[in-house]
Design a protein around this ligand. Structure first.
Ligand SMILES: C[S@@+](CC[C@H](N)C(=O)[O-])C[C@H]1O[C@@H](n2cnc3c(N)ncnc32)[C@H](O)[C@@H]1O
Length: 472
């Protein structure tokens, strides 16, 4: 057995020792040949609702379960909030190494990541044009770690580096680039592996699919759930779901699963750009969730150029909740502008275009133009906006698709080649959406022009009909 599988077996033995139950119909499998790390695979047919494994709440790596929670005042954790608190706890457990209660679990968690936070500059350059680059936030995370986490570690140096006479110096060293990188790694683990853990006595009501509403979700504490986080995901191929019970968290099959099939969790309907940012991989199955954003700034830039920029109108739109930093264009099937283009973007464009007296009327009545009644003028401006957005990419769709863009999951490519290919897949996804919007808008403008031509002809023919007074 190689060390990878030895670590898997040691982890499973540790997991059972915590009181967890694991069905003998599943295995933790080495999927490195598919560039997917470990994954859970069915070894026998599994029925719908069957229990795959259950993990006692006491085995979760959470703030409350860590010894650190009894060593540091609760107010400190309250001040840090759930995200930074869990990073702190994970750092503490990581620093404790083999003596941590979760050591065999840490041994199977990755220490290298493919998420965008860890890409080299030349790899990130391949995503030029995609607004996902603005969401990585490495500098602000560094600041946050230095401002919030390092002072806590310094204050409780004796707890963090208990028994080490260099405790104080080691705490000082936590602001070093190497230790900030360790904090990024803990943060990345949380981003890609942690669950929002519903408390045992939760009064929150999950809907029939097990989801709680977004607001409630935000308030839930984050926790690492050993084994549940070994499930990979592939868009709508999910076939298992985690249930929050009083003593245990239980992973159950949501559909019958055949022997040999991989067991997938649901990471949500993420566009490939966000999947890459948070999880460091993409598959074609996520293409259906792709989005491309039109930045608000691009619209104001174009509006200024066309001399339709109007601060009072933007202020009114802001009051009405229409102003945002960007507006999404997504896929729809069959493709329609109404389904794919953010209605707020159409409202925004229409409001900038309406004549002054019409704007005053709308404002008086606290109304907005109706996005489903898009005018030709708005479609023309939207088309220009889509073209301007398309030109923000360094390459064209044709250039991107000319060469083989497939993300090779067979593992023959180097890491850099795979990252380049994944970036290309993201770019293509976004450009395809822009291209579809462009085609639909051109068609809309053409249809409208034919419609108005036909109307004019009809009016003329009616005028010319016998019995009607002839034009002189
Ligand atoms: C929650 S973990 C799943 C377990 C992980 N495979 C491991 O070995 O630790 C999420 C990570 O698994 C990988 N992953 C999940 N689904 C994948 C898929 N369909 N293809 C490739 N990698 C995947 C990504 O690296 C992702 O960040």
């Amino acid at each position: 057995m190689d060390s990878f599988n030895e670590a898997s077996q040691a982890f499973l033995a540790w997991l059972r020792g915590t009181g967890a139950e694991v069905s003998d119909k599943i295995e933790l499998k080495d999927l490195r040949n598919l560039q997917a790390g470990r994954g859970v695979v069915a070894t026998q047919d599994i029925q719908e609702d069957e229990l795959l494994f259950r993990v006692p709440r006491s085995a979760l790596l959470t703030v409350d379960n860590s010894i650190l929670a009894s060593e540091i005042p609760k107010a400190t954790f309250d001040h840090l909030g759930p995200w930074l608190s869990l990073i702190l706890v994970m750092l503490y457990e990581h620093i404790n190494g083999a003596t941590s209660n979760w050591a065999p679990y840490f041994n199977i968690l990755p220490s290298e990541f493919n998420t965008l936070m860890f890409w080299e500059d030349d790899e990130l350059a391949e995503l030029q044009g995609s607004l996902v680059l603005q969401k990585i936030g490495r500098a602000s995370a560094d600041e946050n770690f230095k401002k919030e986490l390092v002072p806590v570690i310094k204050e409780f140096a004796g707890v963090f580096f208990s028994g080490d006479e260099r405790a104080k110096e080691r705490a000082e060293e936590m602001a070093s680039p190497q230790n900030l990188m360790l904090m990024h790694k803990m943060a990345s683990l949380i981003m890609a592996y942690a669950f929002d853990v519903e408390p045992a006595n939760s009064s929150k009501v999950a809907d029939e699919e097990g989801y709680v509403s977004e607001d409630e979700d935000e308030a839930l504490p984050k926790g690492m759930v050993p084994m549940a986080d070994m499930l990979n995901a592939d868009a709508d191929r999910n076939n298992a779901l985690l249930f929050y019970e009083e003593e245990f968290l239980s992973m159950k099959a949501t559909v019958p699963i055949k022997a040999g099939d991989e067991i997938f969790n649901d990471y949500g309907p993420l566009p490939r750009s966000d999947l890459l940012r948070r999880y460091g991989y993409v598959t074609d199955n996520y293409a259906q969730y792709d989005v491309v954003e039109i930045p608000f700034d691009l619209l104001t830039h174009l509006a200024t150029e066309q001399k339709i920029f109007a601060q009072d109108r933007l202020e009114y739109l802001d009051e009405q909740g229409v102003i945002d930093s960007g507006y999404d264009i997504c896929a729809s099937d069959p493709y329609t502008i109404q389904e794919s283009v953010s209605p707020e973007l159409i409202v925004l464009i229409e409001t900038l275009l309406v004549p002054a007296d019409e704007f005053e009327r709308l404002k008086r009545k606290e109304k907005l133009p109706k996005p489903e009644k898009m005018t030709t003028k708005a479609a023309e401006l939207l088309l220009q906006l889509v073209q301007a957005r398309t030109s923000q990419y360094a390459t064209t769709l044709e250039e991107d698709t000319r060469t083989d863009a497939d993300v090779n999951m067979e593992g023959n490519d180097t890491l850099k080649e795979r990252r380049f290919a994944m970036a290309k897949a993201v770019r293509i996804g976004e450009k395809v959406l822009l291209r579809k919007a462009e085609h639909a808008l051109r068609q809309f403008i053409q249809d409208k022009s034919m419609e108005s031509g036909a109307n004019k002809r009809q009016a003329f023919e009616e005028e010319a009909r016998p019995g009607k007074k002839q034009r002189s």
